[in-house]
Structures are given as C-alpha cells and as structure tokens.
Design a protein. Structure first.
Length: 569
C-alpha cells in the first residue's frame, strides 16, 4: 500500500472520494480506524487498534489532512464523522457531501441508515457490527478486534458503499431537491459541526441547585403518594383507572384511540380541578421528576463547563432541525426554576438571541395571499387584536385561534384549547375563515396538488410526499396525513429560512470572536465578546432577514442581548 500514491489519488480533481471513521464507541470518539474509497477502490487504515498493526502517526496525519483538504469528499452522516475529526484534533472537511441528507431529500420517510440504504439500492448486505464485535456482555469495542480481515472488510465497506450509494442517490435528486441540497443542506453541514464543537456554556451551580430542590420535592411527593395511593403504580394506566374510576368514582373524561379510558395529563388536570388530592400529587411528582430525570442531566456540564447538544438536519420530515441532549425545544420558558437561566455566557462574553416575530403567520399570509392577513403585516398592525375584533373574542383567545386554525385544528380541539363549548368554537372558526378566506383556499389548493402529483415543493426546494400506503389508509388517517403535509408548506419554509440565515450568519461571524451556539425553531443564540455586542446584533438581524426578502410580506426579528438565555428570550 503506497501512501503517497493514495494521497495523490485523493487530491486528483477528477477523483470521487468517500470516507468513513471508526471510533472506540459512539460516546468515546477516539479514532481507531478510517477508510477511504477513491473511484470505487477502498482502503482501510488502522490508527488505534490494540491487536492489529496501526499505521504511523505521520502517515495518519498525511492521509487525513489530504482527505480534509479535498473538496467534495462523501460521508454518510457527516455530523458524526466531522465531530470525530474535530475530537481527534483535525480540521473540517472542505465542502463535504452527505448521502444521509441526499437520502432524506429523495424520500423523507424511509430509513436513512447506511446498511438499510445499501441493501435497498445496491442489493448488498453489509457486514454488521455485531458480526465483528459480538453482542451483550461479550461485546468488545472495535479497537479490540483481533481479526484483521474482518476489521478491514467492515471498515472499508463503509467507505466503498457510501461511494456507491452516492452514485445512485445523487441521480435521484430532481432540479428542485438538488437545489435544496447544494444551496442549503450541504453548506449547512459545517455550520452545524461548528455548533457541535462550540458547545453551550452552563452555570453548574445553578443546575446543581435545581437538582437538589427537585430531589427533595420528588421525595416529598413519593411519601405523600404512598399515603394516599398506597401501592397503586402511577405509571400504569390500568391501575390508575382502577383507582380513580372504580375506587374514587371519578368521571370518564375521555378515551384513547383503542377505546380505553384515558389517564393522561389532561385527565388528571381535570380531576385536580374537581378536588382530587391524588391527581394533584401525581401531577406534581411528574413535573419535578421530569425536571430531575430529563432536563437536569441534559443540562449538567462536563469538566469544561459546557454541554454539547446534537443537531440533526434530517430529524423532521419538514426539514426543521431537531436537537437532542437536550431537546432545546422542550425546555420550558416560564417555570419556577427559570431553568433557561442556567445557560450562561462565559466571562468576557455575552449572549445574543434573536427570533422571528410570528414567522408562521407571516408565511401563511404569503402563501394564502389573503388580502386581510397580508394587510395586517404590511401596515404593521397587531394580528391578534385584528382577529379579536373580527371574531369577537378576547385577545388571549384570538392568539389561540390564530395559531390553532392555522394548522387545521378541529372544532372540538379548538374548544378545548379555548376552554369553551363546541358551539362557540364553531362560531369563532366560521368568523375566522370569513375574515381570512385565503387560508382555506391555500389548504384546498395544496391538498389538490398533493392528490394530483403525490408531493408538494417547499420553499428552498425540499419536497414532501404522500406515503406509499396512502390509498390503504382509513379516511381519518388520509385526512390527517394530508393536513400534516399541507402544514409543511409553512413549517418547511420556516425551516429553510432559518437554515439559510444560519449559513449567512456563520460566514459573517467567522472573522469575529463570535459564534452560533444554539438554534431552537425560529430562534438563534450567538455568543460573542462583550465589546462587539452591537455589531453582532446587527449581523444576526440582517442575516435572518435576508432570506425573507423573497416573500410578499415583511418579516420582523427581535434581537436581545444578555448573560443568560432567560435574559434574551
């Protein structure tokens, strides 16, 4: 194996190169091997194996730097491989390709796992991890594999079939989805990587205080529940039904889809209103236990004082970014602990937060071309007050009506949201559609196009498709699917606006001591040096507004600065 010849082939502008990394584990990203495929010829290089000979550190560095400095190298899930390079002290891949994202653009609802895609499109069953490393208690890490032939095949196949998959999938992108890939998804890869590497600073003292408080609260609720509920398992709907319905003779509030009596949070809240101390205790316990078991661990920093959330570009069918560990979108804004206050800028730095004002309603105005709705934003009026006057309800109810009806909510659900009866909710809905008739026309035309073409094209080029089993679904299921895909017209546009803004923003921030650390739906958080806050605020606002200039209504961005997330939103 001539390293110099391989490096020369990698750097050849006519070569198509694919790459993959192997680590100790998904958590421990220490590099133990990597593979590269050049025009269908695949090679594996071992770097941290215990029982198989490794290449020299000099050759390792030469090969990896050659890969990273070559534009257009193909990965499958670059979000992981890029993080591996960074964790092991290397730079970013120049303009990477990612077959996982291409697959998501081809078909947003199928599995995007490499082995599943290779079996489907290349008719080849790749060797599985358990075949090389075992399972259960006998499972070893890849670094402990002794069979060099197996290890080489497992590693080199990843690069080889990433290459082959790319050759198949890139041809499946049409003009629209190819534009989305090249203009949005592909440039965003390194923006997301930079966020993964930057991390989010956490005030450990604050999160520890919340942990202690929640621990005490949970223990107190457990003691009280034991007294009132005895041995009833509060996590068992069956036992809760037996306790509340049979023993306490509480009314049936609602049923599940299978016809069973529901014991969900909504039902318990109703029981609490009826004076049930047991329901109150269960709800209180669940609240503090969720904080203790979900948010507190996710926001507990490592030794460097940071957490490292994982963002996924293919996490939703609409194209909206998803996030895990923590799921930022689920962290409550207003709670007794003010948990967002734990996300705090490091000394000498400030957080800059920005979010769109009523982005989805503005997009609805654009896509529906409803005269009244467009007029609200063109004149800078209060949409909720306008709806309040048109519908004849309170401003609080108008706000609920605006966002509920936008996504095709039914009359019964609207009545529940408004805490009113069905007749009144039906009247509000009728008046709403009378005032904004374009919204119903938008939904009708989108649904018509879906049924005719089988898909709709979203802003930026992404497409949403009707499922393959659509004809075999029940009428209720078909309506729900059509409603969901129609909603994606607005959600997908919002997702791509945010992605475009992040790409623009990251380029402008690159020369400053400022960087993106988080994004949540239509919000971004940037951390910057104290002395450039105003400059960064202007950059962030301009970057977010730039992608919206193609729409027929004006957009508004709220920008704030402060030391914690709670201060800026």
């Amino acid at each position: 194996m001539n390293i110099d010849k391989i490096i020369s082939a990698i750097k050849d502008k006519n070569s198509i190169v694919a790459c993959d990394t192997e680590t100790v584990s998904l958590i421990d990203k220490s590099l133990v091997a990597f593979s590269v495929c050049i025009d269908g010829e695949s090679y594996a290089f071992f770097t941290g194996m215990k029982y198989i000979k490794n290449i020299s550190k000099e050759d390792q560095d030469k090969l990896i730097n050659a890969i990273l400095s070559t534009s257009g190298v193909i990965y499958h899930n670059y979000a992981y491989d890029g993080l591996v390079w960074a964790y092991n002290g290397y730079g970013k891949q120049i303009e990477p390709h990612d077959t996982l994202l291409i697959s998501h653009l081809c078909n947003e609802v199928e599995s995007h796992k490499l082995k599943d895609l290779v079996l489907k499109y290349c008719n080849y069953q790749m060797i599985k991890f358990k075949e090389v490393c075992g399972t259960g208690k006998k499972q070893i890490s890849f670094s402990e594999v002794t069979d060099e032939v197996q290890a080489h095949r497992y590693s080199s196949d990843d690069a080889l079939y990433t290459y082959k998959l790319y050759k198949v999938l890139i041809k499946k992108l049409n003009e629209s989805t190819l534009r989305c890939y090249e203009d949005i998804e592909r440039p965003l890869l390194n923006v997301i990587l930079d966020m993964h590497v930057a991390g989010v600073p956490i005030n450990k003292a604050k999160i520890d205080k919340i942990r202690l408080t929640c621990t005490d609260k949970v223990a107190d609720y457990e003691q009280q529940m034991k007294y009132y509920l005895g041995k009833t398992n509060i996590n068992s709907p069956k036992q809760l039904r037996k306790y509340f319905i049979e023993k306490k003779h509480m009314p049936v509030i609602k049923q599940t889809k299978t016809g069973a009596i529901s014991m969900d949070t909504e039902v318990l809240e109703e029981y609490q209103k009826l004076g049930s101390i047991e329901a109150k205790l269960i709800l209180g316990y669940r609240k503090y236990n969720k904080m203790l078991t979900t948010f507190v661990p996710a926001l507990t920093p490592g030794e460097d004082g940071k957490i490292y959330p994982g963002y996924r570009q293919n996490g939703t069918t609409s194209g909206r970014l998803s996030c895990a560990k923590p799921a930022f979108q689920t962290i409550p804004k207003d709670d007794e602990f003010n948990i967002r206050d734990c996300i705090e800028a490091i000394p000498g730095y400030t957080l800059v937060g920005a979010d769109f004002s009523q982005m989805e309603l503005r997009l609805a105005a654009h896509y529906s071309q409803d005269t009244n709705l467009m007029s609200v934003y063109e004149q800078g009026l209060d949409i909720h007050k306008t709806t309040m006057d048109a519908v004849g309800c309170s401003r609080r109810q108008a706000k609920c009506v605006n966002f509920s009806i936008l996504y095709g909510i039914g009359v019964r659900a609207l009545a529940e949201n408004l805490e009113t009866n069905i007749q009144e909710a039906k009247l509000y809905m009728y008046k709403y559609h009378q005032n904004y008739p374009g919204l119903a026309r938008m939904v009708h035309s989108t649904t018509k196009q879906l049924l005719k073409d089988g898909y709709i094209t979203l802003h930026g080029g992404r497409q949403r498709h009707i499922s393959e089993n659509f004809p075999y679904k029940t009428d209720w299921e078909r309506k729900a699917e059509l409603r969901s895909i129609s909603n994606a017209l607005i959600q997908g546009a919002g997702a791509n606006i945010m992605k475009e803004a992040m790409i623009i923003m990251s380029k402008k921030l690159a020369t400053l001591d400022a960087y993106l650390i988080a994004t949540i739906h239509d919000e971004v958080i940037v951390m910057c040096r104290d002395n450039i806050v105003e400059q960064v605020k202007k950059i962030v606002e301009d970057s977010m507004l730039e992608p919206t200039k193609v729409f027929s209504v004006p957009f508004l961005v709220n920008v704030q600065s402060g030391q914690t997330w709670a201060n800026i939103h």
